[in-house]
Design a protein around this ligand. Structure first.
Ligand SMILES: NC(=O)c1ccc[n+]([C@@H]2O[C@H](COP(=O)([O-])OP(=O)(O)OC[C@H]3O[C@@H](n4cnc5c(N)ncnc54)[C@H](O)[C@@H]3O)[C@@H](O)[C@H]2O)c1
Length: 438
C-alpha cells in the first residue's frame, strides 16, 4: 500500500520504517528541512535501538523516502498518517495546531479518496475536528471528494519502539464505516496474523483509550512513589512491597517501580490534557491532579535526599548518571534530570553529567546552567565528585567498578534515584547510600 507519514519524530519515523519493512511504499514528510536532509543522507536524528539499520535497509529497497513536499506525499498516498507532535498548550490542554495544519494541507491537496489516520495522541473529539478542517478546504475548492478519518493511537515505548510495532500487545483502531475498517484490516494483516489483537471500535473510544492507558500507567507510578515515601518514614522497603502486590494477578508486576518520577513526551502532557478534557466536561479530577502532583513532588525529592549527607551544596561537585527520561532513548522531554539540575544550580553546586545517548540533547537543554560539565564516560564525571546521583537506569550503570569509583570520588555518597543497587552491597563497598522507598 502507499502510505504517507506526516511527522518524522519518534512515532512517525519508527512507524513509517516498520510499515516499509512490511513491503509498503512509505513517504515520510516533515516541515523540518534539516531532519529530512539528514534522513536522506542516512543520518537518523533520534536514538532508537535497531532503527538505523531498518531505515537503511528500506531506503536501499526504495520502499522508504523522505520529503518536505507535503502536496506530493498527499497525492501519491492512499493512507495518510498524522504523527506530528501534540505538545502541552498553556492551560495544559493538548495543542492541536500541528495536527490541524496537516488536516488543512490534506484538504487543500487531495485529489482522490484518502484515509486519514490520526496516530498522534489527541483529545477525544479531534477526529471530528480533523474532518471539519478537511471538509472546509474541499468546500473552498468546490470539491466533493470523499475521505475517511480513522483513529489509530500509538502505544510504542521509546527504547523498544520497533519491537512494540512488530509485536504489539494490541492495535487499537477507531473507524466510522466498513470501507475504512477493511482497508485498515488489510494494512494491519501482518500483525493480526501473529495472533496479536487488532481491536476495532468507534473513533471517540479509540482516542480516549490512549489517554486512559497513559493515565492508568502514570497513576500506578505515582501511587508507588507515594507508598515509597511512607516506606521511608516507617522503615519498610518499597521493592518488597512491589513484589508482594505484583504477584497478585489482578495487579501484575509491571509499572510498580518507585523512583525519581515519570517524564518523557507522553505521561506528563497526556495526564494534564486528560485533566483538561475532564474539567471541560464538568468533572472533578482529583485522582489525576494527585497523580500529577505526586510526580512533581517526586522529581523534587532526590536533591533533599542528597542534602541529608551534604547539607550545604554550594561549590560541591555532584555527578549525574543518566539524563534521558528513561533508558534506551535520547529523549530528554520532561526528564526528571531537568528538575534535579535546576535544583542543584539553585544550591550553587557544580554538576558533571553523563548519559550514553542523551548528551547532545542535554547540552541544549542545560545550556542556561553554566556550572554543568558534560563528560565522555561514566567514570570521567566522578573525578573529585562529592556525590553521585543515578537518575536513569541505563544497563551500564548496574554493575560498575565500585573500587574505581571510590578512588575517583572525593566523598563516597550515592543517591540511587532508580533503586538499581542493593543497599547492603553498597554499604559493604564503603559508600553512604540512599535509594527511594527504603
Ligand atoms: N514519543 C513517544 O514515545 C510516543 C508514543 C506514543 C504516542 N506519541 C504521540 O505521537 C505524537 C508524535 O510524538 P513524537 O514523539 O513522535 O513527536 P516528535 O516531536 O518527535 O515529532 C513530531 C514531528 O512532527 C513534525 N511536524 C510538525 N508539524 C508538521 C507538519 N505540518 N507536517 C509534517 N511534519 C510536521 C515535527 O517537525 C517533528 O519532526 C504525539 O502526539 C505524541 O504524544 C508519542
Amino acid at each position: 500500500m502507499k502510505l504517507a507519514m506526516f511527522g518524522t519524530g519518534y512515532v512517525g519515523l519508527v512507524t513509517g520504517t516498520c510499515f516499509a519493512d512490511l513491503g509498503n511504499d512509505v513517504i515520510c514528510v516533515d516541515i523540518d528541512q534539516k531532519k529530512i536532509d539528514q534522513l536522506k543522507k542516512g543520518i537518523i536524528p533520534i536514538y532508537e535501538p535497531g532503527l538505523s539499520d531498518l531505515v537503511k535497509r528500506n531506503v536501499k529497497a526504495k520502499r522508504l523516502n523522505f520529503t518536505i513536499d507535503a502536496a506530493k506525499a498527499i497525492k501519491e498516498s492512499e493512507i495518510i498518517f498524522i504523527c506530528v507532535g501534540t505538545p502541552q498548550g498553556n492551560t495544559g490542554k493538548a495543542d492541536l495546531q500541528y495536527v490541524l495544519d496537516v488536516a488543512k494541507a490534506i484538504g487543500e491537496q487531495m485529489d482522490d479518496y484518502k484515509i486519514i489516520v490520526t496516530k498522534s495522541t489527541v483529545p477525544v473529539g479531534t477526529g471530528d475536528k480533523v474532518k471539519r478542517f478537511i471538509r472546509n478546504e474541499l468546500y473552498k475548492r468546490k470539491s466533493k471528494l470523499e475521505f475517511d478519518v480513522v483513529s489509530n493511537p500509538e502505544f510504542l515505548k521509546e527504547g523498544a519502539a520497533i519491537k512494540d510495532f512488530q509485536n504489539p500487545d494490541r492495535v487499537v483502531i477507531g473507524v466510522e464505516n466498513g470501507k475504512a475498517k477493511k482497508i485498515l484490516e488489510n494494512l494491519y494483516q501482518p500483525v493480526a496474523r501473529t495472533n496479536k489483537p487488532v481491536v476495532f471500535m468507534d473513533v471517540k473510544s479509540s482516542e480516549l483509550t490512549k489517554y486512559a492507558a497513559n493515565a492508568m500507567l502514570a497513576t500506578r507510578i505515582s501511587l508507588m512513589n507515594e507508598i515509597a515515601a511512607l516506606c521511608e518514614e516507617v522503615g519498610a522497603d518499597i521493592k518488597q512491597v512491589a513484589k508482594g502486590i505484583g504477584l497478585d494477578s489482578r495487579i501484575g508486576s509491571r509499572f510498580l517501580s518507585a523512583g525519581a518520577g515519570y517524564g518523557g513526551s507522553c505521561f506528563p502532557k497526556d495526564v494534564k490534557a486528560l485533566i483538561q478534557t475532564l474539567e471541560n466536561h464538568g468533572f472533578n479530577t482529583s485522582i489525576l491532579r494527585a497523580v500529577d502532583y505526586v510526580n512533581e513532588r517526586q522529581k523534587k525529592s532526590i536533591v533533599p535526599k542528597l542534602k541529608r549527607f551534604l547539607p550545604d551544596l554550594e561549590g560541591k561537585k555532584i555527578a549525574l548518571w543518566g539524563l534521558s527520561f528513561k533508558p534506551k532513548t535520547d529523549d530528554m522531554r520532561e526528564a526528571p534530570s531537568l528538575t534535579i539540575v535546576d535544583q542543584l544550580s539553585e544550591e550553587y553546586a557544580t554538576v558533571s553529567c553523563y548519559d550514553p545517548e542523551a548528551m547532545e540533547n542535554a547540552k541544549v537543554m542545560f545550556a542556561k546552567h553554566k556550572n554543568t560539565e558534560f563528560c565522555g564516560n561514566s567514570y570521567d564525571c566522578l573525578k573529585d565528585a562529592d556525590a553521585l546521583i543515578i537518575i536513569t537506569e541505563w544497563d551500564e550503570f548496574r554493575s560498575p567498578d565500585f573500587k574505581r569509583m571510590k578512588e575517583l570520588m572525593q566523598k563516597h555518597i550515592i543517591i540511587d534515584g532508580r533503586n538499581i543497587y542493593d543497599p547492603e552491597e553498597i554499604a559493604r563497598q564503603g559508600f553512604s547510600y540512599a535509594g527511594v522507598g527504603k
